[in-house]
Design a protein around this ligand. Structure first.
Ligand code: M6R
Length: 608
């Protein structure tokens, strides 16, 4: 769970690498480092903490002659997040430097073998084993760097995207991947490798998506991909990326999270784009053409994406009459799920790189059940390994707390529900056309409603900022949103929060209620409204303050009523979601927390 970048070109490499690392910081930020060759000497500069610390260190040396370099921003998995364990790591000869994202599972046995051969290690990391192993094959077996990489990888078990260079050929940089993301950026007189596109988007939009076991050599004026196992050349072609570089930056907002929350109206438009037939008023999902409606759906995801899947279950059952099982991926992968012919596994992932979700995907494929990947990142592993892909088209999401991605997943899932409902005849054309009209009207309603919601969120966050715990309650399709509201609050403000199905309160949790334990209730106009109102009376009878997030016309007497703008009741979730996000955001800002990079978390969880 780290970000890597490598550069070979004509510019000062360290400047390019640092700029790239800033755009990759969302992948990890507990330490960082760079390596470059200057005057035939390999230099590495590393630092604990965020990139600013590394930049301060670099300002004390003069690394500006080097035109080849690599960098790394780390989220520790093996060894403490300190300077000694920060990447790049060097081999014993001091001629090789390497950066790595992933986990080498058999590193301890490899380390033992190398130590017996006299190799001395400088860090506690699994990564150092890689560079020492490559160096050892070069030294002991007299192999070229390319062959030594290939030989070392034969011995390695685990996931990696790595970049490595040697002082012998300072213009050449090698990079290879297996189960961790790695892309090649093709420029004019310069080439890049990186974990993600924004790292080099300022310099090129021509991207080659590397597959597992692909090894690439970049030099300023050329690049070539090889199969890392047999070193046969592989033919690859660049794809043109149309992302705006601004969209990967904050556009003037204080935090990416706020920017991304406010982008949701556009996200809905983008996800709907091209997916509604203007004449027939039906959903068109070209990606699914030729595929039968499944007999049963298994949704597999983590975190916020799991909540989107759980929310969609209510619609799949209600509108398309489909039986749906929703699983947390880390559970699904170790259960013995019963998957039958005719069924479909739907994996949902913003990043498309979440390790547990990928494991779930692979189990489905092993069991010969097709997989539909719903993801945001173009060319991600989920996208490449799924039989079918529905992109959510939300644009890059940088803040660790996922916001706009969930909104886009909800749109994609609603479209899928209607698509299958149309095919099965469980939704009439009138209903489908009404639902689509309401969906299309959402962006404008949100655009108009969000500023008022933001104000309300700010004042409620201040009022309740002394609370140390919150309940988030909902019923029906609001229950998954209650889970999401609690997750958002805890992950960025570090306030304890529990999401519950409101009907569960009487089975235990209500014992916690007193005047210092507020409850955030999602009270929109659905079939379970009266039942939820009774649950809230029980909370209030025990002195618990209630904030009711509700829609116009809903009668409710509580400590704080927060009315979201009027919308078709079936789609109320599209207002509940940003309200919850804004509340968590304002709370974290008020409490002075690091909103975009909360402690102990990383954006993309590519390890188990
Ligand atoms: O990229 P994914 O959607 O697969 O990520 C899943 C979770 O790691 C992610 O949603 C996480 O829970 C976020 N920090 C929530 O804000």
């Amino acid at each position: 769970m780290c970000g890597i970048i490598g550069y070979a070109g004509h510019r000062p490499a360290v400047t390019v690498v640092i700029e790239g690392l800033k755009r990759l910081e969302y992948r990890g930020y507990d330490s960082a480092g760079v390596a470059f060759v200057q005057n035939k000497c390999l230099e590495t500069v590393r630092s604990e903490g965020k990139l600013e610390r590394l930049e301060q260190k670099l300002s004390r040396c003069d690394p500006y002659l080097a035109t080849t370099g690599m960098g790394h921003t780390r989220w520790a998995t093996h060894g403490l997040p300190n300077e000694q364990n920060a990447h790049p790591h060097q081999d014993q000869s001091g001629r090789l430097a390497l950066v790595h994202n992933g986990i080498i599972e058999n590193y301890l046995s490899l380390k033992d073998q190398l130590e017996q051969e006299g190799v001395e290690f400088q860090s506690e990391t699994d990564t150092e084993v890689l560079v020492q192993l490559i160096g050892w094959h070069m030294h002991k077996d007299g192999l070229s760097l390319q062959r030594a990489i290939s030989r070392a990888l034969e011995q390695v078990e685990g996931a990696y995207a790595l970049a490595v260079f040697s002082t012998d050929n300072p213009d050449q940089l090698w990079a290879v991947r297996n189960s961790s993301p790695l892309l090649l950026g093709v420029g004019q007189g310069e080439n890049f490798v990186a974990s993600d596109i924004p790292a080099f988007l300022n310099y090129t939009r021509e991207v080659v998506f590397l597959d597992d076991h692909e090894l690439v050599l970049i030099q300023p004026h050329s690049w070539q991909v090889y199969d890392s196992r047999n070193l046969e050349p592989v033919t690859k072609a660049p794809e043109h990326i149309t992302w705006d570089v601004q969209s990967a930056q904050k556009s003037g907002y204080k935090h990416f999270m706020l920017k991304e929350i406010l982008e949701q109206p556009q996200v809905i438009r983008d996800c709907l784009a091209g997916r509604i037939d203007r004449d027939t008023r039906k959903v068109v999902l070209k990606e699914l053409e030729g595929w039968e409606v499944p007999t049963r759906v298994h949704i597999v995801a983590c975190g916020t994406s799991f909540h989107a899947g759980l929310w969609a279950k209510y619609y799949f059952e209600r509108w398309s009459g489909l039986s749906v099982q929703v699983d947390i991926a880390s559970e699904f992968r170790y259960r013995e799920p019963i998957l039958k012919p005719g069924e479909l596994v739907v994996v949902i992932s913003q990043s498309g790189e979440t390790a547990d979700t990928l494991a779930g995907l692979r189990i489905a494929r092993e069991k010969k059940v097709p997989v539909l990947g719903i993801c945001n990142v173009l060319g991600s592993t989920v996208a490449r390994e799924s039989d079918l892909v529905l992109y959510t088209q939300a644009g890059p999401e940088i803040s660790v707390a996922s916001t706009k991605a969930m909104c886009s997943q909800m749109v994609a899932l609603i479209l899928l529900t209607l698509y299958w409902g149309q095919a099965k005849g469980t939704v009439s054309s009138d209903f489908s056309s009404k639902a689509l009209k309401e969906l299309e009207s959402l962006p404008e309603l949100m655009q108009a409603g969000i500023p008022g919601m933001h104000e309300q969120a700010r004042s409620l966050a201040r009022k309740y900022s002394v609370a140390r715990s919150f309940f988030f309650l909902g019923r029906g399709e609001n229950y998954p949103l209650a889970l999401e509201g609690a997750l958002k609050l805890k992950e960025i403000s570090y306030i304890h929060a529990e999401g519950y199905a409101a009907g569960e309160m009487k089975h235990g949790p209500i014992a916690l209620i007193d005047q210092d334990f507020p409850t955030f209730a999602l009270v929109t106009d659905n079939d379970l409204l009266q039942k939820l109102q009774s649950n809230l009376q029980e909370v209030q009878a025990r002195g618990g303050p209630v904030i009711a997030l509700t829609s116009p016309g809903v009668e409710i007497r509580v400590a704080d009523r927060w009315e979201v703008p009027k919308v078709w009741s079936q789609l109320a979730g599209f207002f509940i979601l940003p309200a919850l996000q804004l509340f968590a955001y304002e709370m974290a800002v008020y409490l002075g927390k690091d909103v975009d990079q909360p402690r102990n978390l990383a954006k993309s969880v590519t390890v188990e």
